[in-house]
Design a protein. Structure first.
Length: 278
């Protein structure tokens, strides 16, 4: 059975924007959409006290409102909803999702999903692709351009097939061009500097099998001098999606988002996909 697109809701404008984006992604992929509201509280059978029932009531209200709106806007997408009385990162990470989608409040400047432990813990521990959507992005089926490019950051020093596969697939689904960006740092050792030409060849080599697999995707390879996060933010200024990788570290090192992912999550104006890889 194919897994659904899963979106985490909390009633914020960012999470509702994420639900819109997730519905469009489910439609592109031909998948169902599952709305999930997690809250820390007692299960329904634990107590009848009104003050303890408030989180459950609010969760149900948010889910019903989102379901009604999405069912009207995206009637082709099969919808499901669930509220779970457990910490949000645990509930989100336990969801069996093809893509997990969350709202991104980091850019707004307000304390929110990525400003606290919920979003960061989820991103740092996710084993599959997770997309963070800023408030106001793609609020309806007619907003946004279908030809907005997909941008992917490519680290040629490490295998990143999962990242490239996600990016090429996203571009193919959107019929959009793909910008593959590699940030190049020239060595300062006189005896053996790496040339820009070498960096370009390494990027072309990494992209070659994916160009063959996705011949209809228009790929633009970009080698730029500078820090990876800055180059990616510049390249994605007009993008519909920015894709970056997150290396999965050994358990002894603990969960992490990585410096590039952390930076773009807090400054990108478009949705950001974080794809874990070995």
């Amino acid at each position: 059975m194919r897994r659904p697109v899963v979106v985490g809701l909390d009633g914020s404008a960012e999470s509702l924007a994420a639900a819109d984006w997730a519905a469009r992604e489910a439609l592109r992929r031909g998948l169902s959409l599952r709305l999930l509201y997690a809250f820390e509280g007692l299960p329904a059978e634990a107590s009848d006290l009104p003050e303890l029932a408030a989180p459950r009531y609010w969760a149900g209200r948010v889910l019903r409102g989102a379901m009604d709106r999405l069912a009207e806007t995206y009637p082709q997408v099969p919808l499901g909803a669930e509220q779970i009385a457990r910490p949000a990162p645990e509930a989100l990470l336990a969801a069996e999702a093809e893509v997990l989608v969350l709202g991104n409040r980091a850019f707004s400047g307000f304390a929110g999903l990525l400003a606290d432990s919920v979003g960061l813990a989820t991103v740092a521990r996710a084993q599959g692709p997770i997309v963070l959507v800023p408030a106001g992005y793609e609020q309806g089926p007619e907003s946004g351009s279908p030809n907005q490019p997909v941008v992917v950051g490519v680290d040629t020093a490490h295998p990143c097939d999962e990242v490239l596969e996600f990016a090429f697939d996203a571009a193919a689904l959107r019929r959009a061009p793909l910008r593959a960006v590699h940030a190049w740092h020239p060595r300062r050792v006189p005896s053996g500097p790496t040339s820009r030409e070498d960096a370009e060849r390494a990027l072309d080599l990494a992209l070659e099998p994916w160009r063959e697999k996705y011949p209809n995707v228009d790929v633009h390879s970009i080698v730029d001098v500078g820090r990876a996060a800055q180059r990616l933010l510049h390249a994605s200024a007009d993008a519909g999606l920015l894709v970056v990788g997150r290396r999965i570290r050994p358990a002894r090192l603990g969960p992490h988002t990585g410096p590039v992912a952390h930076a773009v999550l807090h400054h990108a104006r478009c949705p950001v996909a974080i794809v874990p890889h070995a």
